[in-house]
Design a binder for this molecule. Structure first.
Ligand SMILES: C[S@@+](CC[C@H](N)C(=O)[O-])C[C@H]1O[C@@H](n2cnc3c(N)ncnc32)[C@H](O)[C@@H]1O
Length: 259
């Protein structure tokens, strides 16, 4: 249930219900996994406009993950269940209102030939600590290239290094405000990025100041092919050379115990 709520948040943060009356939408799901973010998006769009034509691209390294979802589809409507099953089994799905392609491989490579203008990007890799290669300036440049001038990218990450990588890739950023229930040290549910700041929820003063600390030094991967260890090492060296405020002093100033 938690996962379903989280997937719906991506659809909400990218305003898909409001966009659905356009009749045609293009979605990019970075780290498709079980396909839940795509499923929630398709449900949201078709609830508003059952005739909306959707083009969906999913990027996923491990083809066994979407296959594993086949036994877990009962929460979705029948058309979405059959789309997810077909995408998992054949990596392609073509119906009268959905064209979907799942591109299997390292997203850093599979994104490069893509020539699309996505109205919504769901950005859902494992955390930067676990998968730094998908949170770099260079990868965000590729993702930004696939985003339409009016499209929105949503991610669960509120980290300063991720936000500054998005800014360095030419995007504006906004916060996803906290819901009613949250832990004391939390300050946001994630980040929305777009080419213009119109319609984005501005960062709080605390979040803006976070971007002035060493935590905001972004990960780099110049050729989109470095190993995580190389990316971490370069990042650590850059942090050591930095004259920016330390993140611990920012935490003390805002009385944040753990991040
Ligand atoms: C947090 S999960 C995504 C969850 C997914 N959005 C869902 O709704 O189930 C991260 C996914 O990223 C995939 N992944 C990890 N490294 C990748 C890479 N370099 N390129 C593409 N996918 C990758 C993993 O196989 C995993 O399925």
């Amino acid at each position: 249930m938690q996962r379903l709520k989280r997937s719906a948040k991506f659809a909400q943060a990218t305003n898909l219900a409001e966009q659905a009356d356009r009749g045609q939408l293009c979605l990019l799901d970075v780290c498709y996994g079980l396909g839940y973010n795509s499923a929630a998006a398709i449900e949201t769009i078709w609830q508003v406009n059952p005739n909306c034509n959707i083009t969906l691209y999913g990027l996923e390294q491990d083809p066994t993950v979407p296959i594993a979802a086949i036994d877990l589809l009962s929460d979705w409507s029948i058309p979405v269940q059959s789309a997810l099953r077909e995408i998992a089994e054949t990596q392609i799905c073509q119906t009268d209102r959905l064209t979907a392609k799942l591109l299997i491989g390292d997203a850093r490579q599979t994104i490069q030939p893509l020539q699309i203008q996505a109205d919504a990007v769901f950005f859902d890799p494992f955390s930067p600590r676990r998968c730094p290669q998908l949170w770099t300036v260079e990868f965000f440049q590729q993702v930004a290239r696939c985003l339409s001038p009016t499209g929105k990218l949503a991610t669960y990450s509120r980290s300063a290094s991720v936000r500054s990588a998005m800014l360095a890739a030419g995007l504006s950023i906004g916060t996803i405000p906290l819901g009613k229930q949250h832990l004391l040290h939390e300050w946001s549910q994630g980040t929305v990025a777009a080419y213009t700041s119109t319609g984005l929820c501005p960062l709080s003063k605390m979040e803006q100041e976070h971007l002035q600390t060493r935590a905001a030094i972004p990960y780099r991967d110049l050729q989109l092919g470095d190993r995580p260890e190389e990316i971490f090492q370069r990042h650590q060296q850059e942090q050591q050379r930095s004259t920016l405020e330390s993140t611990s002093s920012w935490r003390r100033r805002w009385q944040i115990d753990s991040v």
